[in-house]
Design a protein around this ligand. Sequence first.
Ligand code: SF4
Length: 391
Amino acid sequence: MSGLFSPAPLSPALSPEGEREGLQAFRHLYLHIPFCKHKCGYCDFNAYAGMDRLMPDYVDAIERELVFARERYPFQQLETVYLGGGTPSLLPAELMARLLRFIRANFNVAPDAEVTLEANPASTDEPKVAAWLEGGVNRLSLGVQGFDRRALAVLERKTDAAQATRAFGLAREMGLANISIDLIYAVPYQSLDTWLETLRRAIALGPDHVSTYCLSFEEGTLLYRRRAEGRLPEVETDLQWDQLDAACVELEAAGFRRYEVSNWARAGGFESRHNQAYWRCRPVYGAGAGAHSYATDGVNAWRWWNVARPREYIAAAPTPRADGEELDRRKTVAESLMLGLRTAEGVAAPAGFDGELSHLQRDGLVERIDGRVVPTRRGLDLHNQIALAVL
Ligand code: SF4
């Protein structure tokens, strides 16, 4: 192993002693599973196809990292565990069962903890769902992305509407009471009508939570290259707004509440508790390749991340940290303001940001309600403008 991948030295503030004394305890755990059957054309996540043979060593490495982390950092009863990717549902049932058992054996997972697993419809089958349930998974995030054949082809998704419907039905029948569906809009060739049809088909399945993401063309992806070469049409800005508006109308009419820029939950506490931890700047420990962790002592904050490539991660575990940064007091507050304003509940107005907040209020992006700053509908739609103003 070259020195390139040795963990970066901890800053004095993150020395083991400092961590035990000053840091708030982690109550949220993220595990990154970077394997995918195929790399989708739009995807810039830390995800890899063709590496399935590394899975057993990878799970060993995550376990090594977690044992080390548990010794080094303060953990309390876990309120959420999130298995994201990549495609966690690709892990063979017995390997995922082992990882879930390991977490329960080594961490105090609250009896009512939210345990989410991201699944691809194509790799969701009966033995796997049984293993997930047995391991305590109680929330499924199903990467449907769409039902329209043409949009799925542009995204290079290898799953289709029938697989999504089958996977959803199977998970529901087997007992998953909390299922979220991801959808993507602003896809080239996706009309307002096909998007409406997608929304209606998703709602008809009866999900508890829906995430709608606006397609972005990230440098380095196949989709980015195809667009740069003129092989994909631009999506008109007006159409993007109409599609976002259609999502608001359809989902709200179906009883969903938009509680964050891209997320809708039906009544009854179906908001993602894990993602709320990020938006509220709670400490989250991220294990696995490329996973990010966030820690705070209540004044300053620290963020660090692991080496990204699975093979290098396996070699570096249990200390796979690649790099990190310390956020000073102002940056910590600015980030929590920016992230809090992603959510409909907003944040308590922090000191030191009066100028920025007045400016956002004048632009109709936020309003003040009972000492809190909350985003308006326009603020949720144009959150990037809030981020630019605040950071
Ligand atoms: S399945 Fe998800 S993580 Fe994997 S390549 Fe496709 S979009 Fe990326």
